[in-house]
Design a protein around this ligand. Structure first.
Ligand code: PEP
Ligand code: MN
Length: 263
């Protein structure tokens, strides 16, 4: 179902006027985690002004340590919904488990399945029964075949609105958090009709690498980007080192328009 065929070359996912997989790259931006109403609102307004059309933000966070900030839960989803109302941005947020299905379905426009859950097959099958776009992140040690077969689980259950997200894989390189596999983008676009988004924030873990990798991802055909933006990255409760400040995000958007004039 995920394979590209003569009759199915390209899937475009539409959320009102926001298209993913269309002729123009889609920019999703926002904080790693929703921390407060003010933080989300300030970030939403800034990324909207710079040209993003989708707001990202985690209310349920898959943290490496159980002692780290775990997210605001439903309260965080409400702040995202307030920001959507205020700015018109669509929302993408992570659902970590089936017990979060009800609140996430109520508030989000796109369900994010995180890298750690890419092969959580009962979760994929359950999401497959929903009528809502899903962004499936590549597992940190998943091959392209495993990633596409994970998408197949969602589609096989009936939901064909799947967006793939390359977010970097684990390699022996220790200077970066992950290795953003840029080659997967043109490769997957040849194998599948599904849109492919790049995540240079998690793909590198370093803010100074986010702009060059964003440009490279657009240049090699990504259907869009998901970028972490925080009003004060130094104080961020998660992923501060890879988060852009709003001004840096806006500068990057300018630079991206030189690579793709539709931006
Ligand atoms: C995130 O988007 O903040 C996140 C946790 O991503 P990943 O699942 O790719 O690690
Ligand atoms: Mn993050």
């Amino acid at each position: 179902l995920a394979s590209r065929t003569e009759t199915r070359k390209k899937t475009v996912i539409e959320l009102d006027d926001v298209k993913i997989g269309g002729n123009k790259p889609t920019i999703m931006a926002g904080p790693c985690a929703v921390e407060s109403r003010e933080q989300v609102m300030e970030t939403a307004k800034a990324v909207r002004a710079a040209g993003a059309t989708i707001l990202r933000g985690g209310a349920y966070k898959p943290r490496t340590s159980p002692y780290s900030f775990q997210g605001l839960g439903e309260e965080g989803l409400q702040y995202l919904a307030e920001a959507r109302k205020e700015t018109g941005l669509k929302i993408v947020t992570e659902m970590m488990g089936l017990e979060q299905m009800e609140p996430v379905m109520e508030y989000t426009d796109i369900i994010q399945i995180g890298a750690r859950n890419m092969q959580n097959y009962p979760l994929l099958s359950a999401i497959g029964e929903l009528d809502k776009p899903v962004m499936l992140k590549r597992g940190m040690s998943a091959t392209i075949r495993e990633w596409l077969l994970a998408a197949e689980y969602i589609m096989e259950a009936g939901n064909h609105q799947v967006i793939l997200c390359e977010r970097g894989i684990r390699t022996f390189s220790e200077k970066t958090r992950n290795t953003l596999d840029l080659s997967s983008i043109p490769l997957v676009k040849e194998l599948s009709h599904l849109p492919v988004i790049a995540d240079p924030s998690h793909g590198t873990g370093m803010k100074k690498l986010v702009a060059p990798m964003s440009k490279a991802a657009i240049a090699c055909g990504a259907d869009g980007l998901i970028l972490e933006v925080h009003p004060n990255p130094e104080e961020a409760l998660s992923d501060g080192p890879q988060s852009l400040e709003p001004g840096e995000f806006s500068d990057l958007m300018q630079e991206l328009s030189l690579i793709d004039s539709s931006l």
